[in-house]
Design a protein around this ligand. Structure first.
Ligand code: ADP
Ligand code: MG
Length: 256
């Protein structure tokens, strides 16, 4: 049971449709501070739509979203202040240096120049980017750009970090590096993380998971519980059993 004050994100009965296409259908879950929670779903499951609602890119007409007890519709300032986001699409300025990108973002959050620089230096240290800090973002590798975006999302010291497909398009080493950095934030800084991905291999047995499929939550909780409740073996088997993806489309012997 999650203690009330430790609930980083509380989503209740969220619905969203694009015209007649229903993208989220009664989505409810909680994530805790100090936990790494994976939002696991295939492409089209509704992960990015959920992010758009939590960050108020779209207005949630039905249901409720709270960040550390602050309703994003009624107290957006309080809620968004506690939230850091890394979107699926890249949003850095390629022609600015790493430091310039971070400085502008800090200014946007009302952080003074001196304090912004101090925090940027500290974060770049954490993300192993110190020696590149005056480099134009254009000259960085995909993995380094992602680390810049994560560092930037942390400048205003949020207690909850959302990342949407943060490792897409990266090689295995960069992926492991990024996920390692984010797990360390959870462990050492007690930040709550919601990590959206379609890659089952990014889930470890110690994580929590929310399985989203065709706009619905099919399972949620500790990975070990979700796995044992849905087929025993591992997350891959459990996911296949939950979504029906592991069931052959035509049972053997049945007429086509
Ligand atoms: P995911 O991020 O898990 O891949 P999305 O939230 O992007 O899923 O999409 C969920 C569903 O909503 C999909 O069926 C997708 O085609 C549809 N969708 C997403 N964005 C739009 C949009 N702007 N207009 C219409 N349909 C959309
Ligand atoms: Mg998406």
């Amino acid at each position: 049971m999650v203690k009330e004050e430790k609930v980083a994100l509380n989503v209740k009965n969220l619905n969203h449709a694009y015209g007649s296409r229903r993208a989220l259908d009664g989505v409810s879950f909680e994530i805790s501070a100090g936990r790494f929670t994976v939002l696991l779903g295939l492409n089209g499951a509704g992960k990015s739509t959920l992010f758009a609602l939590v960050t108020r890119l779209y207005d949630a007409r039905e249901g409720m979203i709270e960040v550390f007890g602050n309703d994003v519709s009624r107290a957006p300032g309080e809620a968004l202040r506690r939230l850091g986001v890394v979107f699926q699409s890249r949003t850095v300025d390629l022609d600015l240096s790493i430091m310039q990108n971070l400085a502008y973002h800090a200014a946007l959050h009302g952080i003074s120049g001196h304090e912004g620089t101090r925090r940027a230096i500290e974060l770049l240290e954490w993300f192993d980017l110190s020696d590149r800090r005056n480099e134009k973002v254009r000259n960085l590798s995909g993995g380094q750009v992602r680390r810049v975006e994560i560092a930037r999302a942390l400048l205003h010291r949020p207690r909850l970090l959302l990342l949407d497909e943060a490792t897409v398009g990266l090689d295995i080493r960069s992926r492991a590096d990024i996920i390692g950095h984010v797990r360390r934030l959870v462990r050492e800084e007690n930040i709550g993380v919601l990590w959206a991905t379609h890659l089952i291999e990014e889930v470890t047995p110690q994580d929590s998971v929310v399985v989203l499929h065709q706009g619905r939550v099919l399972a949620k909780g500790a990975v070990s519980e979700v796995v044992s409740a849905n087929g025993g073996g591992d997350m891959k088997t459990a996911f296949a059993n939950l979504t029906g993806a592991g069931v052959p489309p035509v049972a053997s012997g049945a007429a086509a």
